[in-house]
Design a protein around this ligand. Structure first.
Ligand SMILES: *Cc1c(COP(=O)(O)O)cnc(C)c1O
Length: 394
């Protein structure tokens, strides 16, 4: 018998009741199968459409082999933070390979993308005290400005006129921050325009390309490559490994001085244990795959699936978002209905979670459908068929 624990105070219980009454309660689901386009949950198999493993690398035999070999050579834990004794040869190799791939002078690893964004923004916002962001930027970017205790101004989503207005009064050195591909909408920031805007105002442009790297651009180099921007037009590029790379962790790329500055002042880098060397080794293998012919084939397969899904859905009475990426959200509206739609799809063997506020703006709860290079045409057809039935009866 576990020891009795004190009852949670009343305010905690009422906060939970409120979440439940608003259809906003969240809980993790236990996956009984590895990442793939099918998922086993509670003993039942589903077609899965909500993983960020866009290229199907999370369960790739070469990544598994890389972890196995690295664990034998390097053990499991890194043992310390990067600046103490946790930065080993696999970490160093990965940083150098990423810098080469992206054309940046230097790269530093972070344990998660959330921490990379907190660390970089908090360390850089101290200078001008202002952070300017797209309204739909990822929560970790918003939280970075909060951690810095900086002033946060947001412009309308992907709206250059609005961004210009906000930047008008921005002091030199202001941090202008955007997602490359927006995580809940799948659309792409007007990066070339933002680069010009940043330059006009002596601002630092920071792009979080969590969902673009690996999937878009020449050799999977992401949104910047697709927009034909070079490293000298974007002061900081953030990438995460938990999406197309199929591992976990993150990096910030910049000039040598920028990375050295963050090494001194980014607290979420300094005061945390370095990622496992095995994850660094697997991520390097993942990068090699992304740059290889196989990576190109996987990007092609993903692009084919996106086209096929959008073409098939065009015949349904639903509004597609303006997204050409793996993220294909269907806006439902209120949270209750979104949960019902997700539940009805689940009954039909399709797994796709409803995304609700505060992750997305109020009234825009949605099915965030994500596609993978590994989805088969048959799986997409089943998804479309069930969407047709379920949305037709709502
Ligand atoms: C997932 C994501 C992050 C967070 O990365 P983690 O490594 O999962 O912490 C940051 N930014 C964006 C845009 C993301 O989609």
């Amino acid at each position: 018998m576990p020891a009795p624990v004190p009852d949670a105070p009343e305010w905690i219980r009422s906060a939970l009741e409120r979440q439940a009454s608003l259809a906003l309660m969240r809980r993790p689901v236990v996956m009984e199968s590895p990442q793939s386009t099918t998922a086993v949950i509670d003993g039942r198999q589903y077609d899965a459409f909500c993983s960020n493993d866009y290229l199907g690398l999370a369960y790739h035999p070469e990544l598994i082999a890389a972890v196995q070999k690295s664990v034998v050579d390097w053990g499991v834990g890194s043992g310390a933070s990067h600046l103490v004794s946790g930065h080993s040869v696999p970490h160093q190799r990965l940083e150098e390979a990423l810098a080469d791939w992206l054309g940046y002078e230097a790269v530093m690893l972070f344990s998660t993308g959330y921490m990379a964004n907190l660390g970089a923004i908090a360390a850089l916002a101290t200078h001008s005290g202002l952070v300017v962001q797209d309204k739909l930027n990822h929560a970790s970017l918003i939280d970075g400005a909060r951690l810095a205790d900086a002033k946060l101004k947001r412009y309308l989503h992907c709206d250059l006129t609005s961004a210009k207005r906000v930047m008008q009064s921005a002091p030199d050195g202001t941090l202008l921050v955007t997602d490359g591909v927006f995580s809940m909408d799948g659309d792409i920031a007007p990066l070339r325009d933002l680069a010009v805007l940043a330059q006009d105002h002596q601002a630092l442009l920071m792009v979080d390309d969590a969902h673009g790297l690996g999937c878009l651009g020449d050799m999977g180099r992401g949104s910047l490559s697709q927009a034909q921007l070079s490293a000298n037009q974007v002061s900081l590029l953030v990438g995460t490994f938990g999406k197309a790379f199929g591992t976990s962790g993150a990096f910030v790329a910049g000039s040598r001085d920028m990375v050295s500055y963050l090494t001194q002042f980014a607290r979420p880098y300094i005061y945390t244990t370095a990622m496992s060397p095995a994850i660094a080794a697997a991520t390097l293998t993942s990068l090699m795959l992304i740059c290889s012919d196989e990576g190109e084939r996987r990007r092609q397969a993903l692009a084919d699936n996106i086209r096929y899904f959008r073409a098939s859905l065009a015949e349904l009475p639903v509004t597609l978002m303006a997204s050409d990426t793996a993220i294909q959200p269907l806006i439902i509206g209120d949270s209750d209905t979104a949960l019902n739609v997700a539940g009805a799809l689940r009954d039909k063997g399709i797994w796709c979670t409803a995304i609700r506020p505060p992750t997305v703006p109020a009234g825009s709860a949605r099915l965030r459908i994500t596609l993978s290079a590994d989805h088969t045409k048959e799986q997409i057809e089943r998804l479309i068929l069930q969407l047709t039935k379920v949305l037709g009866t709502q």
